[in-house]
Every structure is written in structure tokens, then in C-alpha cells.
Write a protein that binds this ligand. Structure first.
Ligand SMILES: Cc1cc2nc3c(=O)[nH]c(=O)nc-3n(C[C@H](O)[C@H](O)[C@H](O)COP(=O)(O)OP(=O)(O)OC[C@H]3O[C@@H](n4cnc5c(N)ncnc54)[C@H](O)[C@@H]3O)c2cc1C
Length: 548
């Protein structure tokens, strides 16, 4: 006999866990099926060195920012261990000497810092911050909006499109122009309009290329920067970037505990092989060991190619939808390098290996726009970057749970290697790439190389084969313009529903996804719960009509 539940969630990444928590909270008997030996997906804390189990790293994602207060509060996550240390400033030391620090919320110190490089840029900074804030006020609430099926003539879709237009009736010509610029420009061109010094432009370009298969001169990268800079999604201010105590896996654990507290069952080592569809309706799933599990509701949180092409099958999907998913872009070229350090980097520009403010935020390797662009062009031409770009962080500046007293963990989010490195492990080349990355930091902090106790390198192949991140893309799909909002994951299906009745979709490849924000999982669960209520109401009306 197949086991039966009200709802099955495929994938125990943070979105799957959020979906399960909300479904269970609504009263549905819910099971999460996670293929790996543990939950969390890309939000995971692991001990990668068997001979040094006292060190833990956030192996893939490394900082929090976009999770909305609604989810944190409704799931009571702080009670389940969600605890964020706000990050310190952005920091870049320069090969030619000197450094820059940029603060998330200290205009006076930003002015002093930027003045060291350009007085004109220092004066432009407050206007830039105000400009971004204005745009974030427009874009932020859109993150919690279910995208309408733009172009559809169905009355419900038309009503949703009109409602969205009505909500934005207050926008003026200037704001629309600014949003258009943001959506279409490259981060390099945008910053050229505002600033003159290469140091400031390099610093502000970082968020435009994080996780993106695009250099800073590619159109659309201005939007990627904004996506990472949004402060308020309409239900309260988001935290600034911060470190979860215990690493990103502790975020997943907190959500898992919330889901269990509402009665959800969580199974690891339960890899789904197929989603069962009968007459256009979902009926359950089959695991790779042949076990069948039945449910009228299935929420998948896997990469779209796995969720739809592999699990549902083209034969059960409309042709245009299947083609859209086949064309879904998931390149990235990201390599994560996790290090255990015997001491903190001692930067020539800001000497000392004692804990200082510049160790507490992001410790970057993005000295200029040209440096970042060169790293991308190397990869585009088929070679790993000779001098990679890196967004580094040292969570142990705050979090003492990850490594023994006196030691540190440093996480380097680096780019780029060629987009097809998901197809082969490229182990030796990744080692050489990591050596070069470390050499770049060593030029700025000469104690760096010698301070490394252990290193762990996760390339695109491992991301795809061990974590299910097809192509190695960190967001289950690029945040490029043609894959945003009503196009994510496919036109006509951006409302977390799918062409199969009862099958919902809530991975990072849906709107608002990209990042550990939980919004896709939350929206997919809400869609399933709303449809169930609507079906119940329709059933009641039918029964009344039959009786009368
Ligand atoms: C290197 C890296 C750095 C990142 N840095 C950040 C960051 O600092 N901040 C941030 O906000 N975001 C970051 N991200 C992005 C963020 O981590 C992801 O967008 C997010 O974690 C995806 O969550 P998800 O639940 O949608 O999918 P996933 O986390 O991918 O979860 C999907 C789950 O499904 C499981 N699975 C796969 N196939 C099957 C199957 N057949 N059956 C059952 N289970 C299956 C997987 O094992 C996985 O647990 C980063 C990602 C990467 C890779």
C-alpha cells in the first residue's frame, strides 16, 4: 500500500521547508522528501574536513538578507534558533595601497571614506543612496507580489494585471524612467553616470555580478545590484546583510523545527524519481527505490529542469511550457572556497591580525570594474579567471560556534570559471584556481596564505551533482531580465501553479527567488491552500444547488 498524505513537498531546501511549515500549519498532513542525507539544500552548514571536525563552514550560501519579517514572525523562527549578527562594512584593500570601507547605514563615515578617493564621489554618495532607496520602495513590494499572467485575457488574470497597474498609479515619469534604466543598463554604465573613481565604482559593482553569468558591462546587471540592495518588501524592513549563528544551515534547521512543530514529517535520503500524473492531475510521487507516496497536492522546490522535464515529463506538459523550461538559463561559473584560518588576514593597508572592523563585513577582491570584467572575460573565453573576483566574509568575527577559539572560517564566493564546468569535476584546475585566488588576497594581506589550515573548494560540478543546482547556478536560474517576474519560471506560470493540477512550484526559480528568502516556498504553499479553500467552497455551492 502506498503511503498517503495531504501534501508532499519535493526537496528539503529552505524553500521546501517553508512550504511544508505553512502547509502543515494549515492542517495538511505534510511530508518533505529530501534526496540528500540532510535538509537545507544550498543553505547548509557542514564540516568538510574529516580530520578537523571542529571546523564548520556554510558551504554554499553565506549571508542572510531577504527573508521577510512575515515569514520570520509567522513561523516564530527566532524561537527555533534563527539569530542574525549584522555584518560590518564592505571592505576592499587596494594593490596600489590604501583601502575603502562602505557602511550600510552610516552616511557620515561613508563620506569620509569615499573622500579619500574622490571628493566629488563622496558628495554624490547620499544622492545615490536616496536614489536607490526610492527605487527599492517600488521594487521591494513587488517581491511579495504574485506576478500576473501578463497578456492573458482570462478575467481573473486581467483583473490581477489591472490591480498591479492600479497599485503603481502614483509613479511619475521620472520614477518610471529610473526603473527602466535600472532594468536595462549595465552596472558599469549606471555607476559611470554617478561616480568617477575606479575604487568606488569597483566597490559598488560587486552586487551587480554576484551569482551572475555576466560581467559588469552586461545590460541587466544594474537590476541584479538592486535585487541585492532592496531593504523593504512592503511588510517591514528587511535586516541588513547578516550572519546566522551556526551558519546558513542553522536557518534551515530553524525552519525545519518550525515545520515539525506544526506536524510536518521530514524524510532525508528520500530521492524523488518521478511525479505521478493522472489525467492532468498530480497523484503523488515515486522515490528512486520504487516506493510510491500519494497526495493530492505536491509542491516541488527543485531546479525547473528536474522538477518538470525529469519528474513530470514532457508528455504531461503543454509543448510551449516544456520548451520554455528547456530554454531556461542556469549558467553561473561560481566557485565557493571555504577556508579554516589560524589567524585573521593582516592587511598592509590596515595592519594587524587582531579582530578589527574591516574583518567583520565583506572582505572583497574587486578592486576595479576592469578587474571584475577581466575575470568574466577569461571565463567567457573558456578559461578560469586568472585573477578571480571574490566576495569574502569571515563569519567567525561574530559567530564562535563554527571554529575553535583563536581560529577563523573565511568563506570566498568567487567567480568565474567557464559556464560548462558543471559537466566535469575539473578538480586539478579548481585547485590551481583556488591557489590564484589565495595569491590575490596574499598580495594585500601577506600573512594570508600561511594562515590557511584547511581548504574546501566547491565548483559547479559538485553544486550540480551533489546539491541539484543544475549548471551550478546559485539561484536555480539566472536573474536575467527575460527570467524575472512574470517570466519566472515561464510566462503564464509565475503564480506558483503549474500546468498540472495540484502540482505547485516554489523553488528559487520562481519570482522573488534568488536567495535564502523563503518567499517562493511561502507563495507556493499559499497558492495550494487558497486553491483547496476555493475547491471546498465550489463543492459546497454544488451540494447546495443539488439539494435545491
Ligand atoms: C555558492 C552559493 C552561494 C550563495 N550565497 C547566497 C547568500 O549568501 N545569500 C543568499 O540569500 N543566497 C545565496 N545563495 C542562493 C541560495 O542559497 C539559494 O537561492 C537557495 O538556497 C535555494 O533554495 P531552494 O530551497 O529554492 O533550493 P535548494 O536549496 O537547491 O533546495 C532544493 C533541495 O532539493 C533536494 N533535491 C534535489 N533533487 C532531489 C530529488 N530528486 N528528490 C528529493 N530532493 C531533491 C536538494 O538536495 C536540495 O536540498 C547561494 C547559493 C550558492 C550555491
Amino acid at each position: 500500500m502506498a503511503a498517503t498524505y495531504d501534501a508532499i513537498v519535493v526537496g528539503g531546501g529552505h524553500n521546501g521547508l517553508v512550504a511544508a511549515a505553512y502547509l502543515a500549519r494549515s492542517g495538511a498532513r505534510t511530508v518533505v522528501l529530501e534526496g540528500r542525507h540532510k535538509t537545507g539544500g544550498a543553505a547548509t552548514t557542514e564540516a568538510p574536513w574529516p580530520d578537523a571536525p571542529e571546523f564548520s563552514v556554510t558551504r554554499l550560501s553565506y549571508v542572510m538578507s531577504l527573508m521577510p519579517p512575515t515569514i520570520i514572525n509567522e513561523l516564530d523562527l527566532p524561537r527555533h534558533g534563527y539569530r542574525i549578527y549584522p555584518m560590518g562594512p564592505y571592505y576592499q584593500a587596494f594593490p596600489e595601497g590604501g583601502s575603502i570601507k562602505l557602511y550600510a547605514d552610516d552616511a557620515k563615515r561613508n563620506h569620509d571614506e569615499v573622500s579619500r578617493w574622490s571628493k566629488k564621489d563622496a558628495d554624490a554618495m547620499p544622492k545615490w543612496d536616496a536614489w536607490l532607496e526610492g527605487l527599492a520602495e517600488v521594487l521591494g513590494p513587488l517581491l511579495l507580489t504574485v506576478p500576473p499572467a501578463i497578456g492573458s485575457r482570462k478575467p481573473r488574470d486581467l483583473a490581477e494585471t489591472l490591480r498591479l497597474a492600479w497599485r503603481h498609479r502614483g509613479l511619475d515619469v521620472r520614477t518610471i524612467a529610473d526603473v527602466t534604466r535600472l532594468m536595462t543598463m549595465s552596472i558599469a554604465d549606471l555607476l559611470d553616470d554617478w561616480f568617477e573613481s575606479s575604487q568606488v565604482k569597483g566597490a559598488l559593482a560587486v552586487n551587480g555580478v554576484i551569482g551572475t553569468w555576466a560581467g559588469p558591462y552586461e545590460p541587466g546587471t544594474a537590476y541584479v545590484m538592486a535585487h541585492h540592495s532592496i531593504g523593504d518588501v512592503g511588510d517591514g524592513h528587511l535586516g541588513n546583510w547578516g550572519f546566522q549563528e551556526g551558519g546558513m544551515g542553522a536557518v534551515s534547521t530553524a525552519i525545519e523545527r518550525a515545520a515539525r512543530s506544526h506536524g510536518a514529517e521530514i524524510r532525508t535520503g528520500a530521492r524523488v524519481a518521478r511525479v505521478l500524473v493522472d489525467g492532468g492531475r498530480v497523484t503523488g510521487v515515486v522515490l528512486d527505490n520504487g516506493d510510491e507516496i500519494r497526495a493530492k497536492v505536491v509542491v516541488s522546490t527543485l531546479h525547473p529542469k528536474t522538477a518538470f522535464l525529469e519528474h513530470v515529463g514532457k508528455e504531461n506538459l503543454p509543448e510551449d511550457f516544456a520548451t520554455d523550461i528547456e530554454h531556461w538559463k542556469s549558467r553561473s561559473g561560481v566557485v565557493k572556497i571555504n577556508l579554516a584560518l589560524g589567524e585573521l588576514p593582516d592587511f598592509t593597508a590596515d595592519p594587524g591580525s587582531n579582530l578589527q572592523e574591516h574583518h567583520t563585513g565583506s572582505v572583497e577582491m574587486a578592486p576595479t570594474m576592469e578587474y571584475i570584467e577581466r575575470a568574466f572575460q577569461d571565463a567567457r573565453e573558456g578559461r578560469p579567471a586568472a585573477r578571480p573576483f571574490s566576495d569574502g566574509v569571515i563569519p567567525t568575527a561574530f559567530d564562535k560556534t563554527l571554529s575553535p577559539e583563536g581560529t577563523h572560517i573565511m568563506s570566498l564566493f568567487t567567480q568565474w570559471v567557464p559556464a560548462d564546468w558543471n559537466e566535469e569535476p575539473h578538480t586539478a584546475e579548481l585547485e590551481a584556481y583556488a591557489d590564484r585566488m589565495i595569491d590575490c588576497y596574499n598580495e594585500l594581506a601577506p600573512n594570508f596564505k600561511a594562515s590557511i589550515l584547511h581548504r574546501d573548494i566547491v565548483g559547479p560540478y559538485e553544486m550540480e551533482h551533489d546539491y541539484g543546482l543544475i549548471g551550478g547556478n546559485i539561484f536555480h536560474g539566472e536573474l536575467s531580465l527575460e527570467q524575472l517576474f512574470h517570466m519566472r519560471p515561464a510566462p503564464g506560470y509565475a503564480d506558483y501553479r503549474t500546468p498540472v493540477d495540484g502540482l505547485y512550484y516554489g523553488s528559487s526559480a520562481t519570482h522573488a527567488g534568488g536567495g535564502v528568502c523563503g518567499i517562493p516556498g511561502w507563495q507556493a504553499a499559499r497558492a495550494a491552500i487558497a486553491d483547496k479553500k476555493a475547491a471546498r467552497r465550489t463543492g459546497q455551492v454544488r451540494r447546495i444547488i443539488r439539494r435545491s
